[in-house]
Design a protein around this ligand. Structure first.
Ligand code: ADP
Ligand code: DP6
Ligand code: CO
Length: 337
């Protein structure tokens, strides 16, 4: 082994986020992060929304530390501790190519890590940064510590960082099987089909706000579990058959079924949040039995911004818009009309 404190070993990894088409929303065990239903997602291409994480280990580090997007964050939370503990437990003997650094399996317990992660998309804004972040952390720590577990096991560890992270261990179409066991050992993700299976699909992500959301996914779903009469019905009665249909739709590249199930599930997941006192949306919308949207904004400022964006995307066919605007008409001139 090189002289004490004289070496540093590093590994870097990159993981994309994933977007659920059948949503995970609600836990049956908060500490182990066990869900109330299976979920299915599409992992994005790693060139796009992704986390890049570098983990370094050295005998000269006195403690574990982490920086997220350049700012130091605390590792004291149970989720980071679970991931670090589970990976350290599985670490194996390591020797570098030049045979200068040799780390025995049992030495990893006493070596501290420094972690730096960077997201190339808005963090904590509803684009699943926790999924990319924890999948990347677990994968990269595993690489550094010479962990030899298969992807299923890694996914089960990433799950303990953030539920949705277990699905980002794989590319393509992925299912998180909720599992039955109380210890969570069978709650992990499996790949349904790889990236190449349905490469005609194009995903467009409309970023309306990059601001950190006021309610984290963790507390939002906790709230739904406690207050929504719909949530248990959804988990037990609706999702199981929807998951089966979605697997079929993906297998057959059946876009009509895929689209119907995806939209229905998004609506139902949001419906479980309607009875609670928080608001992920900045405007309200409602559709009657037709394609035209009715948008309701909480104030003039939001209405003007919204109107400007709408007019840019959908230039008006009718010169006089005033009959379609209920409320303060002066926002039409504020929006440049
Ligand atoms: P999102 O919708 O973006 O997933 P969440 O509320 O689920 O929002 O999770 C946000 C949290 O995920 C952050 O506060 C942070 O703790 C964690 N996180 C985000 N990015 C990373 C990353 N790159 N590495 C580690 N943890 C991350
Ligand atoms: C709406 O995985 O972020 O994106 O497990 O508490 O970290 P925690 O929650 P998180 O929740 C994701 C919720 C969702 C749906 C989904 O990705 O399936
Ligand atoms: Co999240």
């Amino acid at each position: 082994m090189a002289p004490e404190g004289q070496w540093i070993l590093m590994a870097t990894g990159r993981s994309p986020t994933n977007i659920a088409v059948i949503k995970y929303w609600g836990k049956r065990d908060e500490a182990l992060i066990l869900p109330v239903n299976d979920s299915i997602s599409v992992t994005l291409d790693p060139d796009h929304l992704s986390a890049t994480t570098t983990v370094a280990v050295s005998p000269s580090f006195p403690s574990d530390r982490m920086w997220l997007n350049g700012k130091e964050i605390s590792l004291s939370g149970g989720r980071f501790q679970s991931c670090l503990r589970e990976i350290r437990k599985r670490a194996c003997d390591f020797e570098d190519e030049k045979k200068e650094i040799r780390i025995k399996k049992e030495d990893w317990e006493n070596l501290h890590v420094h972690i730096a992660s960077y997201n190339n998309f808005p963090t904590a804004a509803g684009l699943a940064s926790s999924a990319a972040g924890f999948a990347c952390l677990v994968f990269t720590l595993g690489k550094l510590m010479n962990v030899k577990e298969d992807y299923g096991q890694l996914s089960s560890i990433a799950r303990q960082g953030s539920g949705s992270a277990c699905r980002s261990i794989y590319g393509g179409f992925v299912k998180w099987c909720m599992g039955k066991k109380d210890d969570g050992s069978d709650s992990m993700a499996v790949q349904l089909a790889d990236e190449a299976h349905w490469n005609d699909l194009v995903i467009i992500i409309a970023v309306v706000s990059s601001k950190q959301k006021e309610t984290s996914s963790t507390s939002g779903m906790q709230n739904s579990v406690e207050t929504s009469p719909l949530l248990q019905y959804r988990a037990q009665t609706v999702v199981p058959s929807r998951v089966m249909k979605m697997e079929e739709a993906i297998k057959n590249r059946d876009f009509a079924s895929f689209a119907k199930l995806t939209c229905a599930d998004s609506n139902q997941f949001h419906a479980t949040s309607n009875s609670v006192e928080y608001f992920y949306w900045q405007v309200a919308y409602t559709f009657d039995a037709g394609p035209n949207a009715v948008l309701i904004s909480p104030n003039r400022k939001t209405a003007t911004l919204l109107l400007k964006k709408l007019l840019y995307c959908f230039p008006p066919q009718d010169k006089d818009l005033s009959s379609y605007l209920v409320g303060d008409k002066s926002i039409l001139s504020d929006a440049g009309l």
